[in-house]
Design a protein around this ligand. Structure first.
Ligand code: GUN
Length: 293
């Protein structure tokens, strides 16, 4: 069994980006700039956004963090998005999700200029991805593709089972795995909360990608010998032995499943760290006007 080391892979990618940014700056080019909008004080979201900003600093990007209380109105948020769309200093920006219930997330996402939508959530980028046109790919699926590539994992003709159909992970992942270039070319099954006999499907999987947020959902009896298992779950569970009072648990019963796998991602240290690297890659593409010229 080989552990898919997302932390190390993320560091390698970040070093590659940092080297390119240094080159751009040495040639008198503009410093790539990412802005992040954060609403409220949800622990997970604050940590993610802080990590994004810190990563920008580390690899030589400019960054700005715009914070609002969770009482912010939709109008205020939409005005800020308009401002960021028009700000030539900002190459790309994200609005951290989830947003408070009184704000319509779809309306917010649709207000973002697709050219600056480095999260790849705008319907224009989703549509372009489906059509096989240049697009910003969402960070989590892009990170999984990058892991498959960097570990030279064969995907052609494999049966890939995706559990979860979210707009951020499951749905784009299933589309990308069926695309006609590597890493794709797989036969894809999407499972979700209404799937009857989940284990019947997961046992067929050569590549199993789990993104539902239910700790320990996938047990050893649900996995085929030699499968590649990718765990996107990162649920905070109480842990009195930790200073923070919690630890992260994946959707896969790692200890028992790992023995049956050819490759598996740990939690933490698997898919999570790669999402930040992919966001940085998209921001670099935005600065270089690689996706939209
Ligand atoms: N919430 C969970 N994942 C993400 C992400 O990749 N981007 C944003 N903006 N919010 C998220």
């Amino acid at each position: 069994m080989t552990l898919l080391d997302g932390k190390k892979t993320s560091e390698v990618i970040q070093d590659e980006i940092a080297a390119e940014v240094a080159q751009i700056k040495a040639n008198g080019g503009k410093t790539p700039h990412l802005a992040a909008v954060l609403v409220g004080n949800d622990g997970g979201s604050v940590t993610y956004v802080n990590n994004k900003v810190l990563t920008c600093e580390r690899i030589g990007f400019g960054s700005s963090l715009i914070r609002y209380e969770d009482t912010v109105t939709e109008e205020e948020l939409l005005n800020k998005i308009k401002e960021l769309n028009e700000d030539e200093g900002v190459d790309g920006f994200i609005v951290q999700l989830p947003l408070p219930k009184h704000i319509n997330s779809n309306k917010v996402i649709e207000a973002i200029d697709p050219k600056k939508d480095v999260d790849g959530f705008h319907p224009t980028n989703v549509g372009r991805m489906v059509a096989g046109l240049p697009a910003y790919l969402p960070a989590t699926p892009a990170g999984i593709l990058e892991l498959l590539k960097r570990y030279n994992i064969e995907t052609l003709g494999k049966h890939c089972v995706v559990i979860g159909r979210s707009n951020i992970v499951g749905t784009p992942m299933s589309i990308l795995m069926s695309k006609c270039s590597y890493p794709g070319e797989s036969t894809v099954t999407i499972c979700h909360r209404n799937t009857v006999n989940l284990a019947h499907h997961t046992r067929q999987a050569d590549i199993l990608i789990v993104a539902v947020g239910k700790p320990g959902l996938v047990t050893a009896d649900m996995v085929k010998e030699g499968a590649v298992v990718i765990d996107v779950g990162t649920t905070r569970v109480p842990d009195a032995s930790r200073k923070s009072g919690f630890r992260l648990r994946g959707d896969v019963d790692f200890e028992n499943v790992a023995e049956k796998c050819s490759y598996i991602t740990p939690v933490p240290g698997g898919v999570g760290p790669l999402t930040i690297a992919m966001l940085m890659m998209n921001t670099l593409k935005a600065a270089k006007k690689e996706v939209y010229s």
